[in-house]
Design a protein around this ligand. Structure first.
Ligand code: ADP
Ligand code: MG
Length: 692
């Protein structure tokens, strides 16, 4: 049924030399029987066997299966031939060490797209005499046992031809006898072709011997050309399912955990650095300001200032009209110190920066406005032009350090609201027109002192310093808590309260809308009306020049991380490419073996690419986590050093998407190229490829 006609095989070595491995071979095989191919090493036995098994193609001549030449076979015919007709047994067994006996045998069935049944596998193992080893690992077997597993793997496919290349080359004599007995038994049912260099065994077991010497056959064989017997049709079986391929790829991962972990670590580092750089090269001043203002620690109103200039009434009107807000103008204002002399230094130079030594601004308003803000008044609202309302925050300074004016002196423990209300205080004495004012009440502006109590005794050199310091600056200078309130018209008639020649307010203030969008609207409006000379800023604890410094710094980071990002992406691409390429290169032999067992190119492709895909996915998941951590740490360090409230950088979906796309494309390319190269080669060549 199998005819070899005039077959010649010439190998071309890498140095372009020609090696004639087979020279005009003619032979004929029947449906059953024990055939031996006998010859010294290098005589061309394996070459002939590979041709018969469809693992390689002859240079000239024909191999004819039931009247049809292999040269007329399409790729899928040859796949089907290997898959269903041939059971191949190697000298080195070529079992898969990461699978146990059961799975090694089952694999041959799966390659035919069939599900392995336990009874079926037990039966074959029983036939080769090792049914008790079914769940052993391959490396727990002796050479003879391994070869029996390999024979079982060939038999389970129920092939027509069993082909064995020096199956006992690695075995001792006793085991060799057993294996030959086994093969002899099988030759009653199957066509068994065995390559050997042992003449004794060939003579003892084989019914037919083909003698090879230097690629030539010794005896002349007349081809009978007898009529074809029908019977051996190619069976086109289904192949390994994608799921099984992926599963195999997964079990391949387990082989070298150390290398795998190393790969994942390296690629993770590369990808997460890339993710980090992408994140740092992407920041928005608008987000920083808006987020800082919204930041939950920031329950205070928001304040707008203009660079080195005053904000005029017209601007406030336009802003309020446009955005439906209720901004009011505030003038700078300063009082004398009204705490006892011996406490003053404590307040001014101690590490405590929370207490308000003096109010900061003066706001002309009415009782209804304060009510609307839910501020409650102890005492009364000012009725005349020389009366003021102080805040509970300012009052707390007295409660902590004591109070002193020309009339009375109170220690901290003597201070009560009743005693403070009615006291007279005076504008900063540096101001020549300083006016005397009477405190009519204390307004609770809702400042949550308890929340900041830790700041009373914190360490100015500690990590929290900048952050908390900023928080305090914010509380002190950009809120209602540090103002004094006077009735409407006061500033007009008591003009000494305001520094002369002012044509606008020092800053403007409104209650904080608890809606990010509103704050963004304000930011955008300010951006719109700002010109180079006149910039409006939303205060968020940084002065306008600090804001500019920050922006310059961030632009710097952006520049460097852009460069670093480019380097990292090239690095991660190269790394991934090399690692995966290396992985696949090492597996060439395995791929060849699988092909010889009947795997199609497609199966090979899935099995070996899945490995890379897993690697890629693991690294991506890890990179996501590591990048996020990098970003959090970097954010925190900037937050602390700059005293920011809000987070600057956000590792978002888009950055991850870029990393993801780069990783996937690199993975695909670096796997597909070598796998494609291998699947294009003949299986025989692939098997011969040793691990370099
Ligand atoms: P055997 O199996 O009888 O030991 P082979 O069939 O493996 O012999 O090899 C026959 C001859 O072909 C040897 O001289 C060997 O060096 C040569 N040969 C085998 N494979 C290749 C190859 N891929 N490239 C070049 N020469 C080869
Ligand atoms: Mg050989």
């Amino acid at each position: 049924m199998l005819i070899i006609r005039d077959v010649t095989k010439i190998y071309r070595t890498q140095k372009q030399k020609e090696v004639k491995a087979l020279d005009q071979i003619n032979y004929e095989f029947d449906e059953q029987g024990f055939y031996a191919i006998l010859g010294k090493s290098g005589s061309g036995k394996s070459t002939l066997l590979n041709l018969i098994a469809g693992l390689d193609k002859p240079t000239s001549g024909e191999i004819i299966l039931n009247g049809k030449s292999f040269s007329d076979f399409k790729r899928k015919d040859l796949d089907a031939y290997r898959n269903s007709c041939v059971g191949f047994i190697f000298q080195e067994f070529n079992l898969f060490d990461n699978l146990d006996v059961y799975k090694n045998v089952a694999l041959a069935l799966e390659l035919q797209g069939r599900k392995a049944k336990v009874e079926e596998i037990e039966k074959v193992l029983d036939r080769v005499g090792i049914s008790d080893l079914i769940h052993r690992n391959i490396n727990e077997l002796s050479g003879g046992q391994k070869q029996r597993v390999a024979i079982a793997r060939a038999l389970i496919k129920n092939p027509k031809i069993i082909i064995a290349d020096e199956p006992t080359g690695a075995l001792d004599q006793e085991t060799t006898n057993e294996i030959f007995d086994l093969l002899k038994g099988l030759s009653k049912e199957y066509l068994v072709i065995v390559v050997t260099h042992n003449e004794e065994y060939a003579n003892q077991y084989a019914e037919h011997i083909l003698h090879l010497s230097d690629g030539k056959q010794k005896e002349q064989v007349e081809l009978t050309n007898k009529p074809l017997e029908a019977g051996m049709e190619l069976e086109y079986k289904k192949s390994l399912s994608i799921f099984s391929s992926l599963k195999m790829g997964f079990s391949n991962l387990k082989i070298s955990i150390v290398r795998l972990v190393l790969c994942i670590l390296l690629t993770t580092m590369a990808f997460s650095s890339l993710g980090f750089c992408l994140t740092v090269s992407n920041f928005s001043m608008r987000d920083i300001v808006v987020n800082s203002v919204v930041c939950n620690e920031y329950e205070d109103p928001f304040v707008i200032v203009k660079d080195d200039d005053c904000v005029d009434e017209a601007f406030i009107t336009r802003l309020n009209d446009r955005l439906g807000l209720n901004f009011k103008g505030v003038y700078n204002f300063s009082l004398d110190y009204y705490i006892p002399q011996n406490q003053k230094n404590k307040l001014l130079f101690s590490s405590n920066c929370l207490s308000l030594a003096k109010p900061y601004g003066i706001l002309e308003t009415n009782e209804a406005y304060l009510k609307k803000l839910n501020f409650t008044i102890t005492g009364t609202f000012p009725q005349s032009d020389d009366e003021i309302l102080i805040t509970e925050y300012y009052y707390n300074t007295f409660a902590r350090y004591g109070f002193e004016n020309e009339e009375i002196q109170l220690n901290a423990d003597e201070v009560t609201k009743e005693k403070i209300i009615g006291q007279t205080i005076q504008q900063d004495s540096y101001n020549d027109q300083s006016a005397k004012l009477k405190i009519t009440g204390i307004v609770d502006t809702g400042f949550n002192m308890d929340k900041y109590r830790h700041l009373y005794d914190y360490d100015p050199n500690g990590m929290q310093y900048a952050h908390d310091f900023n928080l305090v600056q914010q509380i002190k200078y950009s809120s209602y808590h540090s103002l004094v309130f006077v009735k409407e018209g006061t500033l007009q008639s008591n003009s000494s309260l305001v520094y002369s020649n002012k044509d606008g307010y020092d800053f403007i203030i409104d209650n904080m809308p608890h809606d990010k969008k509103r704050i963004e609207e304000v930011y955008d409006y300010l951006d719109e009306v700002s010109s180079n000379e006149n910039q409006y800023h939303l205060c968020f604890g940084l002065t306008s020049s600090q804001q500019k410094d920050l922006e310059a710094k961030l632009l710097n980071y952006q520049y460097f991380s852009g460069i670093a990002g480019a380097i990292f992406s090239i690095f991660s691409i190269c790394l991934m490419f090399t690692l995966l390429n290396f992985t696949v290169e090492r597996k060439k032999r395995e791929m060849g073996v699988l092909r010889a067992l009947g795997a199609k190119s497609r199966n090979i492709f899935f099995i070996f690419s899945s490995e890379g895909i897993y690697l890629c996915i693991f690294s991506l998941i890890l990179s996501y986590i590591v990048s996020s951590i990098f970003v959090i740490v970097f954010n925190n360090s900037i937050k602390h050093s700059e005293g920011l409230l809000a987070t600057i950088y956000h590792f978002e979906f888009i950055q991850f998407l870029i990393v993801f796309i780069i990783a996937i494309i690199t993975t695909c390319v670096s796997i597909f190229i070598p796998v494609l190269k291998v699947t294009k080669k003949s299986p025989a060549e692939a098997i011969r490829m040793e691990i370099k």
